[in-house]
Design a protein around this ligand. Structure first.
Ligand SMILES: Cc1ncc(COP(=O)(O)O)c(C=O)c1O
Length: 280
């Protein structure tokens, strides 16, 4: 243990079991520790460093913006915000974007869109969001409630109500949701990342999409792990030929800067109005 590791252990919350390696620099796919030893960053910072370490175009763009203004509140317009929203909409066919700071926060926005859309269109008793067993949707209490893995839930009861977890690939469980009158949305990862890198079958994703379309249930896709080019397409759902109502993305979208985004289709683009959601 060196001084930095001891300092980290003393002052950083003990939520991470870190390897005994202190990273000091990197370039491309390589990271270096204090002794100059190189490591291949196969984890890409858990799907964050999509451009690699120190990508020149990314770095120049970030530094150029830092030299202008690093942050304004959402009370004002800025060029990067408008341009990124336009680019995301043009490349996905979605209509509106809400920007936040992380994947969990992108999903929180998706949950709010689903709840409000369902309340507006199907009544106040329609709020259940269905997710898949073995899924992972983040660490905020509501994203944790959406996550279909019991061991994440145990220490944090009671969870946010209104989530139901069904077995992936099981059409009986999907159709047992019935006519969808109390189901607001189904949220899936096309490839379950934290759950073991398990791709959903084409037939299952299409069946979920068809069920959602038939019953006015929102199809929501969590692309936090799979998105931004990591699946061969810009977003993994594009490999399945389906059109989601809501897409959440983060991680590689910022390539190391904290950014998340909730993309909303034409159908739900105006669900959130002034004051319904926000972040600094
Ligand atoms: C599929 C998925 N959704 C959401 C999250 C949460 O993202 P964040 O850690 O940026 O809150 C993750 C993080 O690993 C994830 O893999």
């Amino acid at each position: 243990m060196n001084d930095i590791m001891n300092m980290d252990k003393a002052y950083v919350a003990g939520t991470y079991a870190r390897f005994p390696i202190e990273i000091v620099s990197g370039q491309g796919s390589l990271l270096q520790d204090t002794a100059g030893k190189s490591y291949i960053d196969l984890g890409s910072g858990i799907a964050v460093n999509s451009f690699g370490i120190g990508d020149e175009i990314w770095k120049d763009a970030v530094i150029e913006q830092m030299n202008r203004v690093q942050h304004t509140s959402n009370l004002y317009y800025t060029e990067p915000c408008a341009k990124l929203a336009k680019m995301l909409c043009e490349r996905t066919g979605m209509s509106k974007v809400f920007f936040g700071n992380s994947g969990a926060e992108a999903n929180e926005c998706a949950f709010k869109v689903a709840r409000k859309y369902a309340a507006d269109h199907k009544g106040p008793d329609c709020y259940t969001i269905v997710t898949l067993k073995n899924s992972f949707h983040g660490r905020t209490l509501t994203a944790l409630s959406a996550t279909g893995q019991d061991h994440y839930h145990e220490l944090f009861q009671p969870l946010t109500p209104g989530f139901k977890h069904i077995e992936p690939e099981n059409l009986d469980e999907l159709y047992a949701l019935g006519d969808g009158k109390d189901i607001a949305a189904i949220l899936i990862e096309c490839v379950q990342g934290e759950g073991g890198v398990v791709a959903l079958s084409d037939a299952y994703v299409k069946a979920v999409a068809a069920y959602c379309a038939e019953h006015d249930v929102l199809l929501m896709v969590d692309e936090v792990q799979t998105g931004n080019g990591r699946s061969g397409q810009l977003y993994a759902y594009m490999n399945y030929g389906v059109k989601p109502d809501v897409v959440s993305t983060a991680k590689g979208l910022g390539g190391g800067l904290p950014i998340g985004a909730c993309l909303m289709s034409e159908k739900v683009q105006n669900v959130l109005g002034y004051g319904d959601h926000g972040t600094t």
